[in-house]
Design a protein around this ligand. Structure first.
Ligand code: NDP
Ligand code: 2IT
Length: 448
């Protein structure tokens, strides 16, 4: 065993020993370590500096009680989190997730991945993530507001436009960011740059809503073109029907592809005519309904219970845009049998290690989340820039910058993979390119 693999294994053992029950965090770290051998073989100084043990321990973890009143007057309690993972290259930056599954393991896995994603954008942002096990489904607007106000009452003590800048994630969109910002302003004053994903009338950036989905399509387009193909005439399977999925569907269609599926946690639709993103948008963003409603409205669509990744339907490209571990080994086998030649991740960690191994074995092009879904946080950083300058760029200006950032991320991943002897491996390339920048910043700053 080389010194590098020895080091990787020994640090992983420490992490596993510290947090044996944090399955998602361990999975994210394990996946990452698997791509790091060439880096530590080339840079023994990172081993000397014990960079990985430092990098895998969050700088700070904040956990707090979120008491709130429901419409019936019941006193409810949820658990709030903010993990401030790494600030080597800039203020902590990352979304807030509201979903009943949220726990420390999930927030840590998301915060860990965010470090490298944010580094890849080329913008000066560190990594963080937060959220709560609050379930927004079925709640009234007033309940959402009271929850967000209570959540921010505590969170406001720990964030700031130069220290930690949260944004949206699952269950947190424009409505929630508005309530969170309103409460922050009452408590601490009008620092617009303290949250991103804001409404356009109070400091939001054009194209932030679209950014993750559009960015995913731009990244995938780059990956396809580097392999002598593109979206033209391709059948595309998308999962999810939320913020990332909706705008991925729109942009894929604009780039010449045909999206034939989308889904939510109950089931999925197949629309052979191509999913109409305006209908999904109306159902999900305006009515807050279920994807089943799509099939009631669109004659060419059929609705099915269960996971879209179990469906046997032909497609060329898969874009998982729902949640972590949505594609396991068995589902990956179905995706490959359905004809997928490329998978690019809109969601964070949607593929299990078994799924990733299956793509690699089958020669499926694989665009990992950290790279492929970095468009959202990239435009968040552009929102911070616009807030600081007290300027608003046009949609076209932001979209052009987003596209250039996604092209750079792909190019830098390819370059890093070539440099470290793993050409064509976009996962290793993204991890290495994201990591080396953060590691060098940490080394330069001494023992941090
Ligand atoms: P939304 O809340 O807007 O939408 C989430 C979608 O995924 C919904 O259709 C939801 O269905 C589905 N989903 C969520 N959890 C599950 C589950 N456990 N099983 C099946 N389906 C599920 O979230 P986003 O679109 O913002 O986020 C989707 C993914 O993209 C997440 O992994 C997020 O971390 C990632 N991401 C988001 C970014 C952003 O800017 N928003 C940026 C980068 C990554 P249902 O309504 O039934 O729950
Ligand atoms: O996972 C992610 O990158 C996000 N949820 C977006 C974070 C952000 O700060 O815009």
């Amino acid at each position: 065993m080389s010194k590098a693999t020895d080091y990787l294994q020994s640090v992983y053992a420490v992490i596993e020993h510290r947090d044996p029950n944090q399955a998602e965090f361990l999975e994210a770290v394990h996946d990452f370590f698997q791509t790091m051998t060439p880096v530590f073989e080339k840079h023994p100084e990172y081993i000397e500096a014990n960079i990985l043990e430092r990098l895998t321990e969050p700088e700070r973890v904040i956990q707090f009680r979120v008491p709130w009143l429901d419409d019936a007057g019941h006193m409810c309690v949820n658990r709030g989190f903010r993990v401030q993972f790494n600030s080597a290259i800039g203020p902590y930056k990352g979304g807030l997730r509201l979903h009943p599954s949220v726990n420390l393991s999930i927030v840590k896995f998301l915060g860990f991945e965010q470090i490298f994603k944010n580094s890849l954008t080329g913008l000066p942002i560190g990594g963080g993530k937060g959220g709560s096990d609050f379930d927004p489904k079925g709640k009234s607007d007033n309940e959402i507001m009271r929850f967000c106000q209570s959540f921010m009452t505590e969170l406001s003590k720990y964030i700031g436009l130069d220290t930690d800048v949260p944004a949206g994630d699952i269950g947190v969109g424009g409505r929630e960011i508005g309530f969170l910002y309103g409460q922050y302003k009452r408590l601490r004053g009008a620092d617009r740059g303290v949250l991103t994903g804001k409404g356009l009338s109070y400091g939001g950036s054009l194209a932030r809503t679209e950014a993750t989905g559009f960015g995913l399509a731009y990244y995938t387009d780059e990956m396809l073109k580097a392999n002598q193909t593109d979206f033209t005439g391709k059948r595309v399977a998308v999962s999810g029907a939320g913020n990332v999925a909706i705008y991925a569907i729109q942009k894929v269609a604009e780039l010449g592809g045909k999206v034939i599926t989308c889904s939510d946690s109950n089931g999925y639709v197949i629309d052979e005519n191509g999913v109409d993103f305006e209908v999904v948008k109306q159902i999900k963003e305006v009515e807050r309904g279920r994807i089943k409603d799509y099939a009631d409205r669109v004659a060419s669509a059929t609705y099915h219970e269960g996971s879209v990744w179990d469906a046997q339907v032909a497609y060329d490209i898969a874009l998982p845009c729902a949640t972590q571990n949505e594609i396991d080994g068995a589902k990956a086998a179905t995706v490959i049998a359905n004809g997928a030649k490329a998978v690019a991740e809109g969601a964070n960690m949607p593929s299990t290690p078994e799924a990733i191994a299956a793509y690699q074995q089958a020669g499926v092009l694989y665009g990992p989340a950290k790279a492929a879904n970095a468009g959202g946080v990239a435009v968040s950083a552009l929102e911070m820039s616009q807030n600081s300058m007290r300027l608003s760029w046009t949609f076209e200006e932001v979209d052009n910058r987003l596209k250039a950032i996604m092209q750079n991320i792909f190019a830098n991943s390819v370059k890093a993979a070539n440099e470290y002897g793993v050409s064509g491996d976009y996962l290793s390339g993204a991890n290495i390119a994201g990591f080396t920048k953060v590691a060098d910043a940490m080394m330069a700053q001494g023992l941090v």
